[in-house]
Ligand binder design. Structure first.
Ligand SMILES: Cc1cc2nc3c(=O)[nH]c(=O)nc-3n(C[C@H](O)[C@H](O)[C@H](O)COP(=O)(O)OP(=O)(O)OC[C@H]3O[C@@H](n4cnc5c(N)ncnc54)[C@H](O)[C@@H]3O)c2cc1C
Length: 460
C-alpha cells in the first residue's frame, strides 16, 4: 500500500477561490526544537483542536501550552476546504444502523452529540460574529425510491419508540405531500429537521487566527514525513519534517485521510476516499427559490447533497452513480488535483432535472472540484489516545461527515491533553480509538460497493 500524503496542486474549490492572507502563513521562519503540542493538519480538526487547547488553558488559568500546527499544503486545503458546506446532524439514517449494530443508547448519544455540535457552532459563530454565511434552517432529505423510504421510515419510527430524543425532531411526509413540500420531482417521501450550512474555509480561518493570536505557531507547506516509533527518555516524540524536527509530549493526528502515512496502526482502518462537489450558478432566479438544504436519496447507496448560498448559487456534491462501481476512481485515492472523469458533467442541468420551478433558470455548473475524505472501515471516527503510544492522540476518519462532529470532538481532545479520561470528555463512546477496533479486519467500505444488480450499503 502506498502511503497517503497530500498531493501537490489540489484543485481550487469555490470555497478556496478567495484565499485569506493566512493561506500560506508561517508564524516563524524556522521551526522550534520543541513544543508542548504538535498538531498535524490545518483543516477543521487541527484548527479547532488548537483553538480549544488554548481556550482550555485560558479558562483553567494554567500557563498556555506552546502549540505547533504543521500543514502539508495551504491552510484548510484538505477536505474542509473542498466540502459541501453542509453542517447536518444525522438523527435517523446512519444512527439507525448504529442502533442495530451496537445499541440504542450508543446510537442516540451520537445523534445528540451531532445536534449539540450544530448548536455549539451556531452560538460560537454568533458570539464571535464570524462572517462565514452560517444559516440554520430546514434540511430536507428526499427519498426517490419507495423501498428505501419504507426502510428509513421504519428505522425512524423504531428510534423514536426506543427513546432517541434527537430523532423526535424529524418531521416526515409521504407521497404527494413530500413532492409538494420539497419541490423535488418524483419525491416519494421526505424527512426534515434543522441543519446548518456555511462557508467552511472562513470558519476555519477564523479559528486559526484566534489560535495564532493566543500564541499558536502555524507552518503551512510543512509536511510531516514521520513520527518516531518510540518516545525518548523524557516521554517526547520526534516529529520529522523536511524543515527540521520537533520534540513534543503530545502529537495530535488531525490529518484525517492521511493519518496512516504517519500512524501505521490506522493502515487499512482509515482509507482516503475521493469525492466530488460543484457550484451551480443561477442566472434567472427560480420562481421557487430554495431556502432549505437537501439530500436527494435515489436508493440506499446513491445520494447527492446540496446547499443554497446567500449569493443565489447552489453547492452540490455526490454524483455517486457515475463512479462508485469503479473503486479505482475513489477508493484509496489521494489525488485531488483532478476530477473524477466519469462524474465531471453530472452536475450540468442538475437543478432543472430535479426541482420544480427551476426549468427556465439557465442554472449552469460554474466549478467542479474533488476532495479527499477519511473513511473508516467501521464508519466511525477514531478519537483518543493512540493505543500503545502515550501522548499521541488521533482525531480522524470523519467519513465525509465531519462538519457536525469536529468542533466538540476537538474540545474532547483538548480535555484529554489536559489529562481527562476519554469517558469524561463528552465524546460518544463509539468514537473511541480502541485496540479492539484496530484488531477488527472487517471492511464495511468494500462491502458497500454496489455491483450492477446489488444496491449496496446505505452507509457508504
Ligand atoms: C467533496 C467533499 C464533500 C464533503 N461534504 C461534506 C458536507 O457537506 N458535510 C460534512 O459534514 N462533511 C463533508 N465532507 C467531509 C468533511 O469535509 C470532512 O469530514 C472534514 O473536513 C474533515 O476535516 P479534517 O480537518 O479532519 O480533515 P482535512 O480538512 O482533510 O484536514 C487534514 C489536513 O491535514 C493535512 N495533512 C495531511 N497529511 C499531512 C502531513 N503528513 N503533514 C502535514 N499536514 C498533513 C492536509 O493537507 C489537510 O489540510 C466532504 C468532503 C469532501 C471531500
Amino acid at each position: 500500500m502506498t502511503m497517503p500524503f497530500p498531493v501537490n496542486g489540489g484543485m481550487t474549490s469555490f470555497w478556496r477561490s478567495q484565499p485569506d492572507t493566512l493561506d500560506n502563513h508561517r508564524s516563524t521562519e524556522t521551526l522550534p526544537e520543541s513544543s508542548n503540542i504538535v498538531i498535524i493538519g490545518a483543516g477543521y480538526t487541527g484548527a479547532a483542536t488548537a483553538y480549544h487547547c488554548l481556550e482550555q488553558g485560558q479558562s483553567t488559568g494554567r500557563k498556555k501550552p506552546s502549540i505547533m500546527i504543521l500543514e502539508a499544503r495551504q491552510a484548510c486545503s484538505g477536505a474542509t476546504g473542498r466540502n459541501g458546506g453542509h453542517l447536518k446532524p444525522d438523527v435517523y439514517n446512519g444512527i439507525n444502523t448504529l442502533a442495530n449494530d451496537y445499541d440504542i443508547d450508543a446510537a442516540a448519544e451520537v445523534a445528540m452529540f451531532e445536534m449539540q455540535n450544530l448548536q455549539t457552532v451556531q452560538s460560537f459563530v454568533e458570539k464571535e460574529e464570524i462572517e462565514c454565511d452560517l444559516r440554520v434552517a430546514h434540511a430536507i432529505d428526499v427519498q426517490l425510491d419507495d423501498a428505501h423510504f419504507a426502510k428509513l421510515r421504519g428505522g425512524l419510527e423504531s428510534l423514536i419508540i426506543k427513546g432517541s430524543e434527537a430523532s423526535k425532531l424529524v418531521e416526515m411526509r409521504a407521497g404527494e405531500k413530500a413532492e409538494a413540500f420539497s419541490s423535488v420531482k418524483g419525491a416519494r417521501g421526505c424527512f426534515s429537521y434543522d441543519a446548518g450550512r456555511l462557508w467552511p474555509y472562513k470558519l476555519i480561518i477564523h479559528l486559526l487566527k484566534r489560535a495564532i493570536a493566543s500564541g499558536a505557531n502555524l507552518q503551512t507547506y510543512t509536511p510531516v514525513l514521520q513520527v518516531s516509533d518510540t518516545p525518548d527518555k523524557h516521554g517526547r516524540w520526534t516529529v520529522v519534517t523536511d524543515r527540521g524536527s520537533i520534540r513534543t509530549k503530545h502529537v495530535v493526528y488531525a490529518c484525517n485521510a492521511y493519518t496512516p502515512a504517519l500512524a501505521p496502526e490506522f493502515q487499512n482502518h482509515i482509507i482516503p476516499v475521493r469525492g466530488i462537489c460543484s457550484r451551480i450558478v443561477v442566472p434567472n432566479p427560480s420562481s421557487n427559490p430554495l431556502d432549505s438544504s437537501y439530500t436527494l436519496r435515489f436508493n440506499n447507496w446513491d445520494y447527492d447533497y446540496l446547499i443554497p448560498r446567500p449569493d443565489g448559487s447552489i453547492v452540490v456534491g455526490g454524483a455517486r452513480s457515475m463512479y462508485l462501481r469503479e473503486p479505482a476512481n475513489w477508493y484509496n485515492v489521494t489525488d485531488d488535483s483532478r476530477l473524477i472523469d466519469s462524474a465531471a458533467h453530472y452536475f450540468d442541468g442538475y437543478m432543472q432535472r430535479h426541482f420544480h420551478g427551476w426549468e427556465n433558470t439557465g442554472a449552469y455548473t460554474d466549478r467542479v472540484w474533488t476532495g479527499i475524505m477519511g473513511y473508516t472501515t467501521d464508519f466511525l471516527p477514531h478519537i483518543g489516545p493512540v493505543p500503545g503510544k502515550p501522548g499521541q492522540i488521533v482525531i480522524a476518519g470523519f467519513n465525509g461527515h465531519g462538519m457536525p462532529q469536529i468542533f466538540l470532538s476537538a474540545l474532547g481532545v483538548a480535555r484529554m491533553i489536559e489529562g481527562a479520561e476519554y469517558g469524561d470528555t463528552g465524546l460518544p463512546r463509539l468514537f473511541e480509538a480502541t485496540l479492539e477496533r484496530l484488531q477488527n479486519k472487517e471492511n464495511r467500505i468494500l462491502h458497500g460497493i454496489p455491483s450492477t444488480s446489488d444496491r449496496g450499503s446505505s452507509r457508504l
